[in-house]
Design a protein around this ligand. Structure first.
Ligand SMILES: C[S@@+](CC[C@H](N)C(=O)[O-])C[C@H]1O[C@@H](n2cnc3c(N)ncnc32)[C@H](O)[C@@H]1O
Length: 510
């Protein structure tokens, strides 16, 4: 629990309620660098043990406070600024969190105004010095007098369209512009921008994957229904998926033993597509070998486990590489239920993976997945704080890393081998530009990713007509298509998938 900073002789007039207290503690942890999706379950577990009569309603309320406050932070800050006499970022960060918590209850939740103000003031008394109590009270009371209609009208009146959408849907302005550009880069109508941004603020469903050969989706659904006491549904996009209305997947024995896992349906489809894209023969006749696969950026191992399950059925072997040793250990855990020897976990920098004097010289692999580090703009629903942490200036380093990983992967592929490039971001620079750069370099051809994925999907992928085309250096469309999934169309994370194939050995001038 957080630090109490009572003044000498000072005692709170009334204790803060435990759910708000938990939410505040988690916001403070997130401010210090924690991830909400890890910090919140930890805090709830603590509260269930430490706080007498901490109910599941308290847990649900605390979760809504944490996720809602983090998601709507941009709009909350814009509104709060109108009621402050000094800039928000000059206030003590603890006070800022208290104000955001109160404002979120007043503006977005069905908490009566007086209760939202009183409870936030109680919480302020309990966690802070007496100093800000009066200020928090005054600012929140002033906010309750403003009214949602007036606020909405003032936001609608913001002249700059991206600024207006940034405030309304609570995204950093640079991301709004990047999403606008991404829709156009991937052949989706620009008119869908608002739907895209709104979908980012919806609570995601929890998707599980039943790893083939280890558990069936029906067995997983039965287990979830029984243990989590929740409603379950089959996947919209993948037959292997089981969707949960609520509940903590970690409570399921199949998840604890890694026979199943929590995995967005877009990620499941990416791994399935990487495994299904057709390899070509190295010289002539048949499909050529398909026995050695590489997952170049494997941590924490969700896709490696699905690839491994599919490889086990096809007699293939998967090398799962991850640069950070602690994340490589997570991969080991994720793949541990697979038949022994199916997945081999190694830890090295993917940019210089394999080569002479290693078991994997250039041209070794039949199939490579590069699920590259990226801005993560495609999973904002799931990681509510990430939109505020990520900076536009991160792009240059990330795209350089993606290019180096892709270049290395092409060299590690045999001619005719398949390269699947995946990002959890639709940003043009991380997706289409990377594919166009690779194609321009020679050595790879683009396959029809939409057709491969469509053939695997349980339902429509919501790909707009004519989407996924990429151009050569002269701006002419090349054969093949990439696939961009959109949350507002398919309900998945915004995964980008491009399957390519290595052409002749000598085109890279190796
Ligand atoms: C998008 S995540 C991969 C997710 C993973 N495929 C899954 O489905 O669980 C990217 C991973 O690449 C790792 N990474 C970053 N730089 C790398 C490098 N130079 N070589 C190999 N892996 C790297 C990151 O640590 C991170 O675990």
């Amino acid at each position: 629990m957080g630090v109490h900073r009572y003044r000498e002789g000072y005692r709170p007039a009334k204790g803060a309620d435990p759910a708000r207290r938990v939410a505040y503690e988690v916001l403070r942890e997130v401010d210090a660098g924690a991830y909400a999706n890890l910090a919140l379950p930890r805090a709830l577990r603590r509260a269930r043990t430490d706080v007498p009569r901490f109910t599941s309603r308290d847990a649900a309320f605390a979760s809504e406070l944490v996720y809602g406050t983090l998601r709507t932070r941009g709009r909350l800050d814009w509104v709060l600024a109108r009621h402050l006499t000094r800039p928000l970022d000059t206030l003590d960060p603890e006070v800022v969190d208290l104000l955001r918590l109160g404002a979120h209850q007043i503006l977005d939740m069905r908490v009566p105004d007086h209760a939202a103000v009183a409870a936030t003031v109680d919480l302020t008394r309990e966690v802070s010095t007496a100093g800000p109590v009066g200020m928090v009270n005054a600012v929140l009371r002033s906010l309750t007098r403003e009214g949602a209609e007036g606020i909405r009208a003032d936001i609608e009146a913001i002249a700059d369209p991206d600024r207006r959408l940034a405030v309304l849907h609570s995204h950093p302005e640079w991301m709004v512009s990047a999403f606008r550009d991404a829709l156009s880069a991937h052949g989706a109508p620009a008119s869908e921008l608002e739907d895209l941004l709104a979908a980012d603020n919806e609570a995601p469903v929890v998707a599980l994957v039943a790893r083939p050969g280890l558990i069936t989706p029906a067995e997983l659904a039965d287990e979830a229904e029984e243990i989590l006491d929740t409603r379950v549904a089959p996947g919209d996009v993948c037959d292997l998926a089981v969707l949960l209305e609520s509940g903590d997947p970690a409570a399921l024995p199949s998840v604890r033993s890694s026979r199943a896992g929590a995995q967005d349906e877009g990620s499941q489809l990416a791994a399935l597509t990487a495994a299904a894209a057709p390899v070509a023969p190295e010289r002539s006749g048949g499909d050529g070998p398909d026995g050695l696969w590489l997952d170049l950026c494997a941590g924490p191992g969700g896709k490696a486990a699905l690839l491994g399950a599919l490889a086990a059925r096809r007699g293939a072997h998967v090398v799962a590489n991850e640069v950070h040793p602690h994340r490589a250990r997570l991969v080991e855990r994720t793949v541990r239920a697979l038949p022994e020897g199916t997945v081999e976990v190694v830890s090295s920098d993917g940019r210089s993976f394999g080569g002479p004097r290693t078991p994997w010289p250039d041209g070794s692999f039949d199939r490579i997945l590069v699920d590259a580090p990226c801005t993560g703009m495609g999973s904002l629903r799931r990681r509510p704080e990430s939109r505020w942490r990520r900076k536009e200036s991160d792009l240059a380093d990330l795209t350089a890393l993606q290019s180096a990983l892709l270049d290395r992967a092409v060299r590690l592929l045999r001619p005719g081998g398949v390269l699947a490039y995946v990002t959890c971001s639709p940003h043009r620079a991380e997706t289409r530009d990377q594919v166009e750069r690779l194609l321009a370099g020679g050595g790879v051809e683009l396959l029809d990713t939409v057709a491969v994925a469509d053939g695997l999907a349980a339902g429509p992928l919501g790909v707009p007509d004519g989407a996924g085309l990429v151009a050569d250096r002269r701006g002419r469309a090349v054969p093949g298509r990439t696939l961009q999934l959109w949350g507002h169309r398919s309900g998945t994370d915004l995964m980008f998938i491009a399957v390519m194939r290595r052409t002749a050995a000598d085109t890279l001038g190796a």
